[in-house]
Design a protein. Structure first.
Length: 673
């Protein structure tokens, strides 16, 4: 008999395997959780027969998911996007649910006309009825925020016309989960009690939410401020968990759901100045527990049933995707989008979403969706989410084939860029007109150097162009935009976006079309320095390193070092291509996943019995493979340059540079031979 600890370890091991595989395949981790849930579930390897113990833990994943959604919910954001959120978004959700209900009645009518004696409540053998069709419609209306937003961010599409519409619809879908969490449990009541149950649930939700939101914001701000003044991270985290789970407990005991209380907690925290700190603190709990939730969802999938009814699964995958694509594209066009923008919006939102699993699971718990129906529905939702990266990656090709006018609109956009740049030569092409791009443009203007900037934020472009600045709307990751902006005539290209994947894409285009044009790239840190330099960047400017240089120069000046010497030291560090600064001593808080492969410094003190005592630096280097000695400190305190002929002695401290695994081997070699 497996204990709770056995099951927990199995779930954690499966989660690790799933995330690793998804990272290797560049897929969202959520899909990995679902797949490993299927593999270890009772319908496959049967490694986990009873998941009830872990399901209680996994429920908290949904709680923290709703907390994060509430944390991102704020009135100014909704007000600025009200037409997209409450117009386009509400239409998509309501019409999807309505179409599902209409589809149920239409199918029931067809079967009755054909003489099928099956009662509508037993439609398709799934115990499907109009109430379950409402719950199913709510689940199908959801799209994957995690997948879509991540891919749009990587493709620099968040500020595009279709990107804003996608975000608006996703935001309303997230908000629509709240009333659906109240509605679905009431649908399980008997027909006679349904109206009464729905009225009571709505009244409870209204009263509780009204009380919490009326005075809860001031109380939350007062309480978090009181806790923050204690200056204890542990105490702050404990109170954060207490508030989240406490409000979830309150709403559950009020006859509502755990997730609704967590959403309210997030809304209350969002109105305080601690929202960003809270978002960072809650993220580990949110990710891990939500992963366990998706594993339990995957365990419910019976792949035997899917194989036996593969045609049904294929239909359930294809038809909702096509319907949502057509519906969203039509609505976007109705709300004033250009044909190409509308089609892209539909393609990005055609798949199922993580909240769909939450609502489907809730409907199953209340008997609205039968066990026989859950497996094909789950399989179809997973397959549609697997297809999402492919749809987004090939969206331009699909849209071009479906809409001839989109090609014309792109041509007009390229013409506008070319018109702006036609009389410009030997200029600087700036990719991204945020703060860094605007500061660069001001300096170029002071020196009389021409420039053309490409940016995807229409408001920013409009305001800057109205002020007489040379900025146009265009996607710098597309070759047409770069060529229209005069790439072949430019003196330099500056990429100000901090995204390494986007920078690599632009570098590839520049290297292919204009290899003679040097490119300067901005990054947040040095994690992508080697890849960017290998791609052809003439210079890479990591903000973290530049910040450390400025910090060091200010500190040196304040302690009395002459300014001329400070400037010379900083210049020497820059001329060394950041080589020394890229190698630094790491602490426990530096060992993130992204930094495990970065070079670092490590000190090794040689004891009297060290195997390398008496050897020269030149003799040590071949023994340590990819590790080099950058400094040597004698036992007396003197620091000497590590020349090839310098011999090490007992008591010396060697400063080594290399990757963590290489440093570990080098230390073992130095001390033990």
């Amino acid at each position: 008999m497996a204990t709770t600890l056995d099951l927990t370890l199995l779930y954690l091991f499966a989660a690790v395997i799933g995330v690793v595989l998804c990272r290797l395949l560049r897929l969202p981790p959520m899909l990995g959780y679902l797949v490993v849930g299927v593999v270890i579930g009772p319908n496959a390897l049967a490694l986990a027969q009873d998941s009830s113990g872990v399901e209680h833990l996994a429920e908290f994943g949904v709680v923290f998911l709703m907390f994060v959604i509430g944390l991102e919910f704020n009135l100014p954001k909704l007000r600025s996007m009200r037409s997209l959120v409450f117009g386009l978004g509400s239409s998509q959700v309501l019409l999807t649910m309505l179409a599902t209900v209409v589809g149920y009645f239409a199918l029931a009518g067809v079967m009755a006309w054909m003489g099928d004696q099956t009662h509508p409540d037993g439609l398709l053998g799934w115990d499907l009825n109009w109430r379950s069709s409402i719950a199913l419609g709510g689940a199908l209306a959801m799209s994957s925020t995690a997948i879509v937003v991540k891919m749009m961010a990587e493709r620099l599409e968040l500020d595009t016309e279709h990107g804003k519409r996608v975000i608006g619809i996703l935001l309303f879908q997230d908000l629509a989960v709240v009333p659906l969490l109240v509605l679905i449990p009431t649908l399980s009541a008997s027909p006679a009690d349904l109206s009464r149950a729905l009225f009571i649930a709505t009244l409870k939700a209204g009263v509780l939410l009204g009380l919490l939101l009326a005075g809860g914001q001031k109380v939350m701000h007062w309480w978090l401020t009181l806790v923050a003044r204690r200056k204890s991270e542990e105490l702050f985290m404990l109170n954060l968990l207490l508030v989240t789970l406490g409000l979830a407990w309150l709403t559950e005991h009020f006859g509502l759901s755990l997730a609704l209380g967590a959403f309210v907690a997030g809304m209350l925290v969002a109105e305080t100045e601690y929202r960003h700190q809270v978002a960072a603190d809650i993220r580990p709990f949110h990710d891990v527990l939500l992963g366990l939730f998706f594993i339990t969802i995957g365990m419910k999938l019976d792949w035997h049933h899917v194989v036996d009814h593969w045609a049904l699964v294929a239909a359930l995958t294809t038809l909702p995707v096509l319907f949502k694509f057509a519906l969203v594209a039509s609505l976007a066009r109705w709300f004033g989008a250009q044909p190409g923008v509308a089609l892209r919006t539909g393609l990005y939102l055609a798949q199922a979403g993580e909240f769909g699993f939450v609502l489907l699971s809730l409907a199953g718990e209340h008997g609205l969706i039968s066990v026989q129906a859950q497996s094909p529905l789950l399989a179809s939702m997973v397959l549609s989410m697997l297809a999402t990266p492919l749809l987004i990656m090939h969206s331009n090709r699909i849209v071009t084939r479906l809409s001839a006018s989109d090609w014309m609109m792109q041509s007009l956009a390229m013409t506008k860029i070319a018109t702006k740049a036609i009389n410009t030569a030997q200029h600087v092409l700036i990719c991204g007109y945020g703060r860094s791009g605007q500061n660069l443009a001001r300096l170029l203007e002071l020196e009389g150097i021409p420039y053309i900037a490409l940016d995807l934020d229409p408001d920013r472009v409009q305001q800057a162009a109205a002020a007489g600045q040379h900025v146009v709307f265009g996607d710098a990751t597309r070759l047409q935009s770069l060529m229209a902006a005069g790439l072949s005539r430019a003196n330099a290209v500056v990429i100000t976006w901090p995204s390494v994947p986007a920078s690599l894409k632009i570098l590839a285009l520049v290297h292919e079309q204009a290899p003679h044009v040097p490119t300067v790239v901005r990054t947040i840190d040095d994690s992508g320095l080697d890849a960017l330099q290998a791609a052809g960047a003439a210079a890479v400017v990591p903000e973290a390193i530049e910040g450390s240089l400025m910090l060091a120069s200010q500190a040196l000046a304040l302690v009395g070092v002459p300014m001329r010497r400070v400037l010379r030291l900083v210049r020497q560090q820059r001329s060394a291509r950041y080589g020394l600064l890229r190698d630094y001593f790491h602490g426990a808080d530096d060992d993130s996943v992204d930094e495990l492969e970065l070079k670092r410094l490590q000190s090794v003190t040689l004891g009297a019995d060290a195997a390398c005592t008496g050897l020269s630096i030149g003799e040590l280097h071949p023994m340590m493979e990819a590790v080099v000695v950058v400094s040597l400190r004698r036992s007396g305190g003197a620091v000497v340059a590590p020349e090839a002929a310098t011999r090490v002695q007992a008591g010396d401290t060697l400063v080594l540079s290399g990757r963590p695994q290489d440093l570990a081997r080098a230390e073992h070699t130095l001390l033990n031979g």
